[in-house]
Design a protein around this ligand. Structure first.
Ligand code: KIV
Length: 265
């Protein structure tokens, strides 16, 4: 078992055809659990905005908010490779803005940063990489661009496959250590995975990617609705509701606290 997953291990996993597991995490409590369970990579995703902060998209998430979540996750883990998302507005203006923002996330404890976009973000990926910071790319459906993409839609159907492939290749050529493929037809993701030297991490991109990532609240049954590509691996939302209902009832009926929970003197 690898003691601490580092960037070069991702390459090794691809070579050995060992599937890479990745989940999102936004706080120390869950990060500790996911780390202890042997998850290879944790993504402090900007999905923090929809899942935890009550925003209706990732667009309002600020770099300061990402820094708080990144610090919490980084402090909690011992083995997993922590990747933090550069939020919308923190890297698009110039390569120096991108580098400055990435440095802040690394100082907060991330081992790498992730940013969205392929060919059009190659300069930013190259500049951050040149600053000594590992970068994970993200192509296909990119949630920060949902307004220009017309909402969450599969990217790369038919002739559009060529653009997704070009984006993935541009990300690799710019120096990225891995790339997330989101909502891409499985055969396109398979071709990209075969062509690239860096690992592909799929979300809604089929079984042939080098790894898989899910938003933890989706896979743990904490969301009201899940996209087609999500599998619910546990009903944590229902278990939590049961626990809270039982607690409320116990307090109201004075069944809690019992004598064993009480200081008698
Ligand atoms: O922010 C996030 O959770 C992500 C995943 C969807 C890959 O970017």
């Amino acid at each position: 078992m690898i003691k601490r997953v580092r960037a070069h291990h991702l390459q090794q996993f691809k070579k050995e055809r060992t599937p890479i597991t990745m989940l999102t995490a936004y706080d120390a409590v869950t990060a500790r659990i996911f780390d202890a369970a042997g998850t290879d990579m944790l993504l402090v995703g900007d999905s923090y905005g929809n899942t935890m902060l009550g925003y209706d998209s990732t667009i309002p998430v600020s770099l300061d908010e990402m820094l708080v979540a990144t610090r919490a996750v980084a402090r909690a883990v011992t083995r997993t490779f922590v990747v933090a998302d550069l939020p919308f507005g923190s890297y698009e203006e110039s390569t120096s803005q991108a580098v400055q923002s990435a440095i802040k996330l690394i100082k907060a404890g991330a081992a790498a940063v992730k940013l969205e976009g392929g060919e059009r973000r190659a300069d930013a990926i190259r500049a951050i990489t040149d600053a000594g910071i590992p970068v994970v790319g993200h192509v296909g459906f990119t949630p920060q661009a949902e307004n220009s993409l017309g909402g969450p839609r599969v990217q790369g159907r038919g002739s559009a496959a060529e653009q997704v492939k070009a984006d993935a290749l541009a990300v690799q050529d710019a120096g990225a250590i891995a790339v997330v493929l989101e909502m891409v037809p499985a055969p396109v993701a398979k071709d990209i995975t075969a062509e690239l030297e860096i690992p592909t991490i799929g979300i809604g991109a089929g079984v042939d990617c080098d790894g898989q990532v899910l938003v933890w609240t989706d896979m743990a049954g904490m969301s009201d609705w899940q996209p087609k590509f999500v599998k619910v691996f546990g009903e944590i939302g229902a278990a939590l509701t049961d626990a809270v209902l039982t607690y409320n009832e116990a307090v109201r009926s004075r069944a809690f606290p019992e004598e064993k929970h009480t200081f008698l003197e």
